[in-house]
Write a protein that binds this ligand. Structure first.
Ligand code: MSP
Length: 472
């Protein structure tokens, strides 16, 4: 059986999920559903990244013991995905024993390769990035991404010989054009590597929260070294059958974390003698009504609120049709409502309703034998497989619009009394195409797809299914 292993980043638990996180998880969900529909055996992994310094700060701010805090937050993340109907197959917690076992195994392998050494480190650490930051990269003494002052740290740590893998990484990226996508990210990563890679510290001593470094009291595993390994944890690593799903087919990430995924992670795997993921795809970031999503602006849209107002499919439709996957985009409330009315309620909802009513009224609700659909699916498949999600979805919408035009031009309602045979031919062709459209929409709009199929199930009309997108 063909297999497909897809991952999302594991999210920090210092905050609750907002629409930016939901975007990554929903896109992984679309792709996972697509491959399941193609009868691939899919492993879709997501989870939470708990062993960060920001977790310690957030627990303190919440006035909760850290174990209780992480438990509560992990529950919030897990149930948010459940409520949004995400079809993940597992949910990794980095505080779990299973994950710790995977981390210890990778450390053992990297150590055995001679790639870990002890050294002291002095530098600025940004808790927002959970990473050391070069003095030259500070802007007015602040981290350019988080606009916060980094901490000055002096520590004795374990280091990973990243520099040793510079050439091997370049060779791999250059000989595998699809390894890092989209192309803009690939260029960025290549130029970063060409500037010269420095070893990075993989343990921390100023912090106690985290996975204890094996046989070294006082040191914990650096959170990124720990977190990246989650992609192996989900496969059961180091159990023998982890190779059933490893190497991953696709790591989906946001562009903010491409350095960790496209440089650190492959080097760690090379050192551990493990195969590299087949592809890392970094999507863009989006703003809300023109502004960056930020806690202080209080503009972080809650995906659950959007779902309860408009239904999950509206959110899915908006995110994947309006924002070209891989590019930066904009979440605009006004546009969101417009899209609901024009694309969803008018183009699709009305179409299904019109055809169902015609058949109920003039054929006693009996659909009759269907012809083959007249829609080509190759461009759709190609677009999804190239991760051009908006191209694929917009292509389906073009077919929906074509079908509306077909009805408008052929006016079956006028033919009921003059040419019943032609009337039947037109409505049956429309139903046949609508059912194929429902199939194509299944990964993107699972609820609506199901409703369309249910409306025309078993050769008759089912008015009890109700309207797809009722007018607001
Ligand atoms: N814990 C790390 C990832 C470790 S993976 C081994 C982390 N977590 S995070 O909670 O900060 O999530 C970052 C991810 O959330 C981004 O890479 C992106 O997928 C998503 N997004 C957060 N804000 C976003 C936007 N404004 N727009 C689009 N995606 C956004 O980094």
């Amino acid at each position: 059986m063909n297999k497909f292993y897809i991952t999302t980043p594991i999210y920090y638990v210092n905050d609750i999920p907002h629409i930016g996180h939901a975007y990554t998880t929903l896109s992984a969900d679309v792709i996972a559903r697509y491959w399941r529909q193609k009868e691939y055996e899919v492993l879709f992994a997501t989870g939470v990244d708990e062993n960060a310094q920001k977790t310690v700060q957030a627990a303190e701010a919440a006035g909760k013991p850290i174990v209780e805090y992480t438990q509560d937050m992990a529950d919030i993340w897990r149930t948010t995905w459940e409520k949004l109907g995400i079809s993940n197959d597992c949910f990794i917690r980095t505080t779990s024993d299973k994950h710790k076992t995977a981390v210890y195994e990778i450390i053992k392998r990297v150590q055995a390769g001679g790639d870990i050494y002890k050294d002291s480190y002095k530098g600025f650490y940004c808790v927002g990035c959970e990473s050391f930051i070069k003095e030259a990269d500070l802007v007015d003494g602040l981290c350019p991404d988080h606009k916060t002052e980094p901490q000055w740290l002096e520590e004795d740590n374990f280091f990973f010989k990243l520099s040793k893998y510079q050439q091997q990484l370049l060779d791999h990226i250059e000989s595998h054009p699809d390894f890092i996508q989209p192309i803009s990210r690939r260029h960025e990563v290549l130029s970063f590597i060409k500037q010269g890679l420095q070893d990075f510290s993989v343990s921390r001593s100023t912090q106690q929260w985290g996975i204890p470094w094996p046989d070294e009291p006082g040191q914990v595993v650096y959170v990124w070294f720990d977190a990246l390994t989650n992609y192996l944890t989900a496969t059961g690593f180091p159990e023998e059958d982890f190779t059933k799903f490893w190497p991953a087919d696709l790591h989906l990430i946001g562009k903010d974390i491409s350095k960790f995924h496209c440089i650190y992670w492959p080097a760690m795997l090379m050192s551990a003698g493990l195969p590299l993921p087949k592809q890392i795809f970094a999507h863009g970031f989006f703003t809300i009504d023109g502004q960056k999503i930020s806690k202080s602006l209080g503009n972080a849209v809650d995906p659950l609120t959007m779902m309860s107002k408009y239904g999950i499919d509206t959110l899915r439709y908006y995110l994947f049709s309006e924002i070209p996957f891989g590019e930066d985009g904009e979440f605009n409330h006004q546009r969101f409502q417009t899209v609901y009315t024009t694309d969803l309620a008018d183009d699709l909802g009305n179409l299904v309703q019109r055809v169902a009513v015609l058949i109920s009224k003039h054929l006693d609700g009996v659909i009759g034998e269907l012809p083959g659909p007249t829609i080509k699916v190759d461009p759709y498949d190609q677009a999804i497989q190239e991760l051009k999600l908006s191209t694929a979805l917009k292509g389906v919408w073009q077919e929906i619009r074509n079908l509306n035009v077909y009805l408008q031009e052929n006016k079956p309602w006028e033919k009921v009394s003059t040419d019943k045979v032609e009337f039947e031919r037109i409505v049956r062709q429309t139903v046949a195409n609508l059912l194929l459209i429902a199939d194509l929409l299944k990964p993107f709009l699972p609820d609506s797809s199901q409703k369309i199929s249910a409306t025309f199930a078993d050769g008759k009309i089912h008015p009890e299914v109700g309207l797809l997108f009722p007018k607001k």
